[in-house]
Design a binder for this molecule. Structure first.
Ligand code: FMN
Length: 351
């Protein structure tokens, strides 16, 4: 209530990326200091029946994760367990640091409960993220809080050919495995706003990419972040490739590129490009989760992501077949109090 009536109107007066950067800095500070973190926990933590869950041998204290794209550089793993999250997908990280696309690269579309994202994978690069997570791992790690790492291709001309793109993914994947950093890995083949586009969303190229990654020893679960706008038969074709590869599951899905899905189309800034988060993703992602579960049974672990703005939209993801749920935009529009609502709704469903 306080967030939606007081804090959000104030925050929404500022540039979205400045607000994002502020929250990363503040969240990192809070997470590194016991007393402030405990205070955040007493306001926003979930204290109810046990809703922990084990998926692919990993225990999540709650079935909700922060989705990739908020904590690019893995700075928030200290504070997120205190607001009812069972994990985060840090990144997407890339082999080399990325400055991101030219600004402005984020726009709020409040009537449509969406964010227009043209970030271009701004991140410090995989080696910096490994150093940060290793340094934090030396301190205490919250039990049951999972840190997955999303890996994307570096957003520049050097990595835009197929061969260079595969080498780029492989470098990050190898380094993370060598250093033992991250509880699971997600291969993000569906970033809609980077150099070279979504090359690996064709079955032939996805097969090549996954074959290259399979040559790298890895004992952790591997997932693929799926595009949202492919027709079902094409989407199914990608799942068919994953079915025969060392892939445990799918994150369904990424941003929506269909501007017709906006509740208020006039909100989209003229001449702007990028993908849509939030409410416009809700229906397409839930449909793809349902179809994936129907077509492939329990073959894949499914992370349901897209437009989780309420307990109802979260439960719809589980009803459709998701094992775990991720979100970003719901937290931006509804505030951290949303997490308690989601956890309580899940507890009622389970007990
Ligand atoms: C600002 C922003 C940046 C994002 N960057 C990434 C990214 O780097 N990698 C990725 O896999 N998804 C990225 N996404 C997509 C989200 O992970 C998620 O799939 C999408 O926003 C739908 O979820 P939501 O409706 O809960 O926000 C980004 C989303 C937002 C809002």
């Amino acid at each position: 209530m306080l967030y939606e009536s007081v804090l959000k109107p104030a925050l929404f007066r500022f540039d979205p990326e400045d607000v994002h950067d502020f929250f990363i800095g503040a969240g990192e500070f809070l997470g590194e200091n016991g007393l402030p973190a405990a205070l955040v926990g007493s306001a926003y933590g979930y204290r109810g029946p046990d809703i922990s869950t084990a998926v692919d041998g990993i225990r999540y204290r709650t079935p909700f994760l922060l989705s990739a794209g908020f904590d690019y550089n893995a700075r928030l793993s200290g504070i997120l367990p205190h607001i009812g999250l069972g994990g985060e997908e840090a990144g997407s990280v890339t082999a080399r640091p990325c400055l991101g696309n030219p600004k402005p690269r984020l726009a709020r579309l409040p009537h449509s409960e969406s964010i227009l994202v043209n970030k271009g994978l701004r991140n410090d690069g995989v080696d910096a993220v490994i150093r940060r997570l290793k340094a934090r791992g030396a301190r205490s790690r919250e039990d049951g809080f999972v840190v997955g790492i999303s890996i994307a291709r570096t957003n520049d001309a050097r990595s835009s050919s197929v061969e260079a793109g595969i080498d780029d993914y492989a470098y990050s994947f190898r380094r993370l495995n060598e250093e033992g950093v991250g509880d699971y890995y997600t291969i993000n083949i569906s970033c809609p706003n980077s150099f070279g586009g979504e090359a690996f969303t064709s079955p032939a190229l996805l097969r090549r990419l996954l074959a290259a990654l399979e040559r790298i020893p890895c004992a952790k679960p591997v997932y693929v972040k799926m595009p949202l706008n492919l027709p079902w038969e094409d989407f199914r074709g990608l799942l068919g490739v994953m079915d025969k590869a060392r892939v445990q599951g799918a994150v369904i899905g990424n941003l929506n590129k269909d501007y017709a899905s906006l509740a208020d189309r006039s909100e989209a800034p003229v001449g702007y490009c990028g993908g849509l988060s939030g409410a416009p993703c809700e229906r397409p992602s839930t449909d793809l989760i349902r179809k994936t579960r129907q077509a492939f049974g329990r073959r894949f672990t499914i992370f349901g992501v897209g437009g989780v703005m309420s307990p109802e939209t979260a439960m719809a993801k589980f009803d459709a077949g998701a094992d775990l749920v991720q979100l970003i935009t719901g937290l931006i529009y509804k505030g951290p109090g949303l997490m308690k609502e989601l956890c309580r709704a899940y507890a009622v469903r389970r007990h």
